[in-house]
Design a protein around this ligand. Structure first.
Ligand SMILES: [Cu+2]
Length: 156
């Protein structure tokens, strides 16, 4: 048998193995991507707000819900902020926050409330002057630049 024949023989064997290896490769790729998608999409059972009297607000990659709240000057506002996202999000690790600047005149307290993945926080503040105050999430998807991560507090 010449060297050339041996080589051709080996090549033939390799070609027979190829479909099996291709299938294995595809299965592994599907398993890896499937797990990644599952980890990102899976959410724990909806978190029930710990404070039933507070305004229930959800913050996730979909934005704030609700994204408008109304209040009266001089009256305290309590928000129960729930973050249902898990920590497998690559953008910000599933952490969100509620950032509201009272501005230079300090007619509103400055708020910077961070909510870790799959958890919630209750916070209270008292707006002192009527007006519209803008809040946003500063920890994901470009933060302030992301048009979906905003909300308006209307104080009468
Ligand atoms: Cu966010």
């Amino acid at each position: 048998m010449s060297k050339l024949k041996k080589y051709v023989g080996m090549k033939g064997k390799q070609e027979k193995k190829l479909p099996y290896r291709s299938i294995l490769f595809v299965v592994i790729v599907i398993a890896i991507f499937g797990s990644a998608i599952y980890l990102i999409m899976s959410k724990s059972a909806a978190l029930e707000p710990v404070d039933k009297d507070a305004i229930k607000m959800t913050i996730s990659m979909a934005g704030f819900e609700p994204n408008t709240i109304r209040a009266k000057a001089g009256q305290p506002v309590t928000i129960n902020l729930i973050n249902p996202d898990n920590s497998h999000h690559t953008d910000g690790g599933g952490v969100h926050n509620f950032f509201l600047s009272g501005g230079l005149a300090s007619v509103m307290p400055n708020l910077n409330i961070t909510v870790l993945p799959e958890s919630q926080k209750v916070f209270t503040f008292t707006p002192t002057k009527p007006g519209e105050y803008h809040w946003y999430c500063d920890s994901c998807c470009g933060g302030k630049e992301n048009p979906g991560m905003h909300g308006i507090l209307v104080v009468a």
